[in-house]
Structure formats: C-alpha cells, structure tokens
Design a protein around this ligand. Structure first.
Ligand SMILES: Nc1ncnc2c1ncn2[C@@H]1O[C@H](COP(=O)(O)OP(=O)(O)OP(=O)(O)O)[C@@H](O)[C@H]1O
Ligand SMILES: [Mg+2]
Length: 499
C-alpha cells in the first residue's frame, strides 16, 4: 500500500491542538493571569523581582498561562529600554534533582550558538557538562556564572556594538578587541577605550549597559519532579544576596500540580524569599466550553465539525477534574476518528468513542500499576463476576483470593488488608462499591467490576512477572472459568488466547 493524501480531512490546522501551542487568548483565567501579571509588573517597573510558586491540578492552564504572560511581558518590554529580562524555562519532568536541573539549564545555554559568548565569560573546560561526575558545587558555580552573564551587555548591546564597529572607519579588529574584551592596546596606539565606546554608543544610538538593569527569571515547570533535592528553588532567589551573581537580579517561578509538594515548599520557605503563591482553580464546564469553541474553530474546517462536540467534550473533561488538556485531546482524537472513517463531519459519536478509548487506556494503566496482591483481588472479583455472583462481599471473596494467591501468600493478604485493597480499587474506579445490609446492626460493602473489564484484568495478570520471567499471576482456575463461560453463552468473542 502506498500513501495518498486524505481527501476530506476535517482538520484546518492541527498545530493548534498541539501541547505547546499558545493561544491568542487564554480564556477563563482572568484572576490567575492577573496574579502572574503582578509578578511580572515588578520587572516592567524596574523594581525588585518577586518569586512565585504556581499550583493547580493537571490541565488547569498553568504552563500555557506562564507562556502567554511571558510573551506579553517580552512585547511590553520593547518599550522600556532600561530593562533587560531573560527567561529561562526548564521543564523538570525527566529530572530528579536540582543537580540535574542545573546541568540541563547550563547545557541548553552552552549548546546554543546564540550564547557562544558564554565561552569567553565563564571558565569551563568542556563543551557541555556531563550528566554526572562533577561535584554539585562546581555545577552550581557554572550555572550561576551563566545566569550572571545573561545581560544586556553580553547580548543586544554586544550585537549592536559589533554591527556598528563593522560599519565604522576605525580599525575594527583593534577597537573591537578593546570594546568587547580586555585585550591590552598595542604599544604606540593611543585611544581611550571608554571614549571610543561612548562615541559609538551615541553615534549609533546604543544604550550604555550601565543604564540597563538585568533580570533573569528561571521558570521551573513540573518542579515537584525534582523531589526533595530542590535547593535550586531557594538558591536562585538568594543568589544575589549570597554573591553568586552580581550583574543580574534573579528570580524564580516554580510550577507544580502536586499539592503535597506545595505544602513542603511552604514549610521550607521563609519570608525573606517573598514567594507569591498563585493557585489555579479547576475549570468549570463553561470555561471548558469557551476554551474548546476557540480551539475547534481554529482546528477544524468550518463545515467539518458539529458544534455539539464542544459541550460533550467539555462535560467529559469536567468529569476528569476540569482538565483542559483532556478536553483538547478529545477534539484531536475525535477528528482523527472522523478522518479515518471518512466521515464528513466530526460529531458527538467520535467524541464519545475518543473518550471511551482514553478512559480504557487510563484504566489499563491504573490496573497495571496495582500491586500483585491487588491484581489478585481484582482477579477474584472477576472470577465471581463471570459466575454472576457479584456484587460480592469481602468475606465471600476472601477464599477465592486466597486460592489465587497461592505461592504469593504472605501476611499482606490478611482480610484487613483485602478491605484496603478493595477500597482503593473502588476509589480508582476499577471496582464499584455498593452498600450492603447484612442484618440488624451490621452493614458492609459489596463489590462489582466497574471500569476494569475481563480482557483488561487478564492482560494485566498475564503481563505481571512477580517471581521472575516466564511466571505470571494469572490463575488457571480463572482462565478455565473464563473460557468455559464465555464459550457457552457466546456473547464474548474474545478468547483468552487472543491476548
Ligand atoms: N484558559 C485556556 N485557554 C486556552 N487554552 C487552554 C487554557 N487552559 C489550558 N489550555 C490548554 O490546555 C492544555 C493544558 O494546559 P496546560 O499545559 O497549561 O496545563 P497545566 O496546568 O500546565 O497542566 P500540568 O500540571 O499537567 O502541566 C494546553 O494545550 C493548553 O493550551
Ligand atoms: Mg504544565
């Protein structure tokens, strides 16, 4: 088969559905955007910068809001020559310590040809920093040297001066060496470097560096990933006081969706840090709709989607905790489905299918992450579900679970723990928990499969290797029951072997 272009793609522009797309307008976040503005306003006003910590659950627009405001600030600063601001954005997703974050930031600058001047400014022996091996203090020293060099003088000023020198009548090589480095003058040449510099500055309308204040704001996104080794969060704001930097005014913005992390930051920071806390609330259905209408209009061709998909996707996303990423992803997946089916219009059915698929993936992931004991409890529920004996109580489930555990029997499978497993799995949505009346003065719960389905449970157990390769947790008895019962009533086409 060869590729031919899809004739009727519903998409107008798939870029706008990408994770890193920054919309023209960030909707429904007025309060949060105002709070970020307050932080950035300090730089516009050329006043002491403020550090901030942004918290909010996943998909509440933290990253997009920072990107958006940063862009706004950078545009605004074009009008104020006496302020030079550099943003260093680092996503810490795959970094597990401050040490690694420092190396990642340093290397981004060291690898960037626009910052080749750093080689002259800082003393390092190699092209980039190795990911391990260097002492931590050495890494931090290099990082702070780099941050301290991110000045107007080293960037815009240097470029303009070089440009002006290239056009001038002076002996460019000679003068440039003096202006931009610290080469001594050859004997017999009598120019005062400062006056040459001033001449250039005024002749070419270049603002002298001493009139410009330099700000460096380091944004650490998903900063909870660096865990408790988070000293960078504190070192950066204090780096000026501690004389680690002299030429720039440093500040930090930490972003996280982990509430526990937020609390640990609060307990570690003292008031000298002036950490402004900004909380992003969950989106409500109306806000999600607004965001999706905006996105759908740009993403799809006008006739190629039904507006009904927006309220539906918004409702699903609201159920996922008001997650705008989930909502946008539904639009993207729904569009792909319509395209694949060669349907003319992206409609509610595509959104529904996309949601079911995503939900299945999520449940599968959750199931996979369960401990062996939990997976066996799930297997026991499935066993009884197959025999139409659910909802089932903990005590009726226990003997089956005990049989299934076999070799894995240890003291983690006492009835008390089984109750915890059941509770947790119902919180994860894998099982459904029903209140059960057991007689006067007694009550309890009964359990049923909810979002975990047979195939999922079997696949998870088959993929597990609790005792080594070639072993798995899938009990023979469960397979036998599954094969017999599903063959007999014929309403499940899948056989165990098809996994
Ligand atoms: N108010 C909004 N207006 C327009 N698009 C938005 C808005 N909020 C979020 N989005 C979009 O939703 C997606 C998720 O948003 P974002 O990445 O900012 O979430 P987040 O809060 O950083 O989540 P996480 O904690 O998982 O990193 C992005 O594609 C973003 O463009
Ligand atoms: Mg984010």
């Amino acid at each position: 088969m060869t590729f031919t272009r899809t004739e009727n793609s519903p998409f107008e522009d798939t870029q706008v559905l990408a994770e890193d797309y920054v919309p023209e307008e960030v909707l429904g976040r007025d309060h949060e955007l105002d709070e970020i503005s307050e932080v950035f306003q300090q730089i516009v006003d050329n006043e002491q910068p403020v550090n901030a910590f942004i918290y909010g659950i996943s998909g509440t627009g933290k990253t997009v809001s920072i990107r958006f405001k940063r862009r706004e600030l950078e545009n605004a600063l074009e009008r104020y020559d006496d302020v030079h601001a550099t943003f260093v954005y680092q996503n810490c997703e795959s970094l597990s310590s401050s040490y690694q974050a420092a190396i990642a930031i340093a290397n981004r600058f060291l690898e960037d040809p626009d910052y080749s001047f750093l080689r002259e400014e800082i003393s390092i022996e190699r092209d980039v920093l190795p990911s391990s091996g260097l002492p931590k203090e050495r890494v931090y020293d290099i990082l702070f040297e780099i941050l301290d060099a991110l000045t107007y003088e080293n960037t815009a000023y240097r470029q303009e001066m070089e440009g002006a020198l290239a056009e001038s009548d002076y002996d460019a090589d000679l003068t440039a060496a003096h202006l931009l480095g610290d080469e001594p003058l050859p004997e017999g040449v009598d120019v005062d470097p400062d006056s040459v510099r001033e001449h250039f500055e005024s002749a070419h309308d270049i603002l002298p560096p001493e009139e410009v204040t330099d700000y460096v704001t380091v944004i650490l996104d998903e900063v909870d990933r660096i865990g408790t080794r988070d000293e960078l969060l504190y070192e950066i704001p204090r780096s000026r006081t501690n004389n680690r930097v002299e030429d720039v005014l440093p500040s930090i913005i930490g972003i996280s969706n982990d509430i526990g992390y937020k609390e640990s930051i609060q307990s570690k920071t003292d008031s000298s840090l002036r950490l402004k806390e900004i909380t992003f609330k969950k989106y409500d259905v109306d806000q999600l709709r607004e965001i999706l209408y905006q996105r759908a209009e740009l993403a799809f061709k006008p006739e190629a989607y039904s507006e009904d998909i927006v309220p539906l996707a918004s409702a699903y996303a609201r159920k996922q905790g008001g997650d705008a990423r989930y909502a946008i992803d539904l639009l993207q997946k729904a569009g792909m489905k319509a395209k694949k089916n060669e349907d003319d219009v992206v409609g509610e059915q595509h959104v529904r299918q996309a949601h079911e698929e995503k939900e299945r993936d999520r449940v599968y992931e959750v199931t996979n992450d369960l401990s062996s004991q939990e997976q066996l409890v799930l297997a026991a529920v499935m066993f009884h579900d197959l025999r139409e004996e659910t909802p089932i109580s903990r005590s009726d489930l226990y003997p089956t679970y005990k049989r299934f555990s076999g070799a894995l029997l240890d003291n983690s499978n006492v009835p008390r723990r089984v109750a915890d497993y059941l509770k947790e799995m119902s919180q994860l949505g894998l099982l459904e928990r029903h209140d059960a009346y057991k007689g006067p003065g007694e009550s309890g719960f009964e359990y049923d499969l909810d979002k975990a389905d047979y195939q999922m449970v079997i696949q998870t157990l088959r993929d597990s290797d609790p005792t080594g390769p070639g072993e798995n947790l899938l009990p023979e008895e469960l397979i036998d029951t599954f094969s017999t019962l599903t063959d007999d009533d014929g309403d499940t086409q899948t056989s165990v072997d098809s996994f």
